[in-house]
Design a protein around this ligand. Sequence first.
Ligand code: DGL
Length: 282
Amino acid sequence: MEYTEKAESRNNRETDDRAIALFDSGMGGLTCVKALRRQLPGESIIYYGDCLRAPYGDRSVETLKFFSRQIADFLTSFPVKMLVVACNTISSLCLGNLKERYPDLPVEGMIDMTVKTVADTYPDRNIGIIATSAAIKSGMYVKKLRESGCRGELFPLACPSFVPAVEAGICDGPEAEAIVRDALDEYMEKNQVSALILGCTHFPFLRPVIEKLYPSVLIIDPADIVARGIKTMMEDHALAAGSGENPQQRFYTSKLTDAYAQAVREVAAEDSGEITVKVFDE
Ligand code: DGL
């Protein structure tokens, strides 16, 4: 409803070529950019990955609020039509603050659309949720899965070793397998997990390893669900880009690592321009 009014206030324009802004602690949110580009190839994207200050998963709530405000203020200084918090940790702990700060902008996180889809599709499954320590400690996934109607057992687990591995470019091979086994072997053995939510946007980089090690578990990537949800929202509320424009992809980071550059190349393909380094004061 609230987006309808905004669409109307834009003089009944039927398309909107402003960019969709996304951010994360680092390269994790690029998994959302990839999913979004699959669903909405005509949309312009502006992305910020805070690689210098990653991981966020062990930070205090106050620090996360401060970082997310800095980044969101920067992104919303561009003409954007939506802010996507492509980080489950920030979505767990700071989404309300960001929604309050930008009352005229749709602000979407990773969790609400995910829990609704999971509850509608798999209400009775036993579901594992792996995420950062801060996101698990917040209890947000478990609370919202229950509120949405999930009736199976829920098994939340913090996997603090995954984000540093991904940021270092360790996403496959024996080292990545050892990191994943160390975190998940005992957990999978002990719990009857039939579906596993990758509750951190960095974790899909390790998805092939997780699928190889635990082939009977259904993997749920919130990025796909959120991208589909955003597509529906764009179409329903006249926010979608027109077909005549060339979509632009702009990528920012606080620290340009090889892994980030490589991930941007894979996500943006031929459209990727330069990656700009932007560091905030602390
Ligand atoms: N990718 C983020 C998430 O989805 C944050 C990971 C981190 O920096 O710890 O939670």
